[in-house]
Design a protein around this ligand. Structure first.
Ligand code: HAM
Length: 416
């Protein structure tokens, strides 16, 4: 019979890799927690409308990439393509708006986008993201960017470039959009069909088009950064000078528009210099809470692609040590096996990682297996040990043997 394979664009995370993921996930969580962020988990699926309204009808994510289906009750459901919309919905739905401001949330969740699969681009992928809800100050942008940067520092990932831009607010954007339509309008016929549909509703999205032809036509287009209102300009100046004072290197990339509609003012991307892949993206989104029915509430956040981070982490870091058993208990015979069960149970209860025979293998085969597992220590429970109540604890690295009582406390004292 044919074996069924995993769907295109998905990955299995195997035991030989999962411990590295856990290591990285813990390190990143610690960075975020040190900034006061607390974990939130939201549903894998939401009503489709949430993303249509939040991420934006004219974005690639909503127009082309969502996993959307009707459930048996006839409601349109979508697998989350990103985390911000769900986090903000949960913030409002659970009354977090009445908590002391700002509310700081982080998540580590799988996301789903029907994309062209290629290196670094999957259909099921993972993001660790952070959302800081309730501050309009440039200080929130700066803290968020510093926090994002420390993720890469903590993981010893070098050569990550920070690019920032400001894409203004609805106030300054209308003037800009007029200018942009004038520019694009001259060649509108030559743009792709998707761009044509975006011309009236959201011409800025045309700047984000991946089509070669459209990219060429976009060269020389007016940039949002040249049309910022006084407030947006001042905000951006403050962000830039605070980053410089904090010795954070960055470049201004006025071509960053981001692929999601909710952004306002500061946007930023962390790019891997070697591959050019964006490993982390984010920005301010001052209109989203209100868009979802809440009071006007400013916010800023980011998300990092865990698969992309893992790739860089593994390329540049020494091997993370996998957890190996503290002790292997070799035993043969009914009484001996019962003793092994008891000793293992108590040691595990005390926090020791214990492996023991559950295959009824021979002594020799058990030793071989213990060796394969790289166990730090081995004890043998045989007839002699049962009679004498003593056991030899063998340190596998040094070969040294130490005699102890055949009791959990005595064994712990030697192996710890
Ligand atoms: P995003 O730029 O769409 O932003 O995604 C953030 C990161 O997720 C990307 O920089 C990339 O590393 C990773 N990523 C995106 N798509 C894929 C994919 N198909 N395969 C692998 N990795 C991918 C957001 O999603 C926003 N919600 C971030 C945010 C939070 N902004 C404010 N708060």
């Amino acid at each position: 019979m044919d074996m069924i394979q995993k769907p295109k664009g998905t990955k299995d995370l195997l035991p030989e890799d999962s411990y590295k993921w856990q290591f990285v996930e813990r390190k990143v969580a610690k960075v975020l927690e040190n900034y006061g962020f607390k974990e939130i988990r939201v549903p894998v699926f939401e009503y489709t409308e949430l993303f249509q309204r939040g991420v934006g009808e004219t974005t690639d994510v909503v127009q082309k990439e969502m996993y959307t289906f009707d459930d048996k009750g006839g409601r349109s459901i979508t697998l989350r393509p990103e985390g911000t919309a769900g986090a903000v919905r949960a913030y409002l739905e659970n009354g977090m708006a009445s908590k002391p401001s700002p509310v700081k949330l982080y998540y580590n969740m799988a996301m789903y986008r029907y994309e062209n699969v290629q290196k670094g681009r999957l259909r099921e992928f993972h993001q660790i993201g952070a959302e800081l809800i309730g501050s309009s100050s440039y200080l929130a942008d700066v803290d968020t960017i510093l926090m994002a940067k420390s993720i890469f520092n903590t993981l010893n990932i070098p050569n990550i470039k920070l690019n920032i831009n400001s894409i203004g607010c609805p106030k300054c954007r209308s003037e800009y959009q007029k200018k942009l339509r004038e520019f694009i309008g001259k060649n509108l016929d030559s743009y792709c069909d998707t761009c044509k549909t975006r011309f009236e509703k959201n011409p800025m999205r045309i700047l984000d088009c991946k089509e070669k032809k459209c990219k060429e036509l976009n060269v020389g287009a007016p940039m949002m950064i040249d049309y910022l209102c006084e407030e947006c300009k001042e905000h951006f100046e403050n962000v830039k000078s605070a980053l410089s004072s904090a010795n954070v290197e960055f470049e201004i990339d006025s071509s960053i528009v981001r692929g999601l509609d909710y952004y306002t003012k500061t946007v930023f991307e962390f790019i891997d210099d070697k591959t050019g892949l964006t490993v982390l993206g984010g920005g301010r989104y001052d209109g989203l809470v209100e868009e979802f029915g809440g009071a006007p509430t400013p916010a800023v956040g980011f998300a990092t692609g865990v698969e992309r981070v893992m790739e860089l982490f593994e390329a540049t870091n020494e091997q993370v040590q996998e957890n190996v058993p503290d002790l292997y208990i070799v035993s043969c015979g009914d009484k001996e096996n019962i003793k092994a069960i008891e000793i293992a149970k108590n040691l595990r209860k005390a926090g020791v990682y214990v492996e023991k025979d559950i295959m009824e293998r021979s002594f020799k085969a058990q030793f071989k297996y213990a060796d394969k597992l790289n166990c730090k220590n081995v004890i043998v429970i045989g007839e002699d040990e049962l009679t004498s109540g003593k056991v030899k604890v063998k340190n596998m690295a040094t070969g040294e043997e130490v005699e102890a009582e055949l009791a959990p406390e005595a064994i712990i004292n030697i192996i710890k």
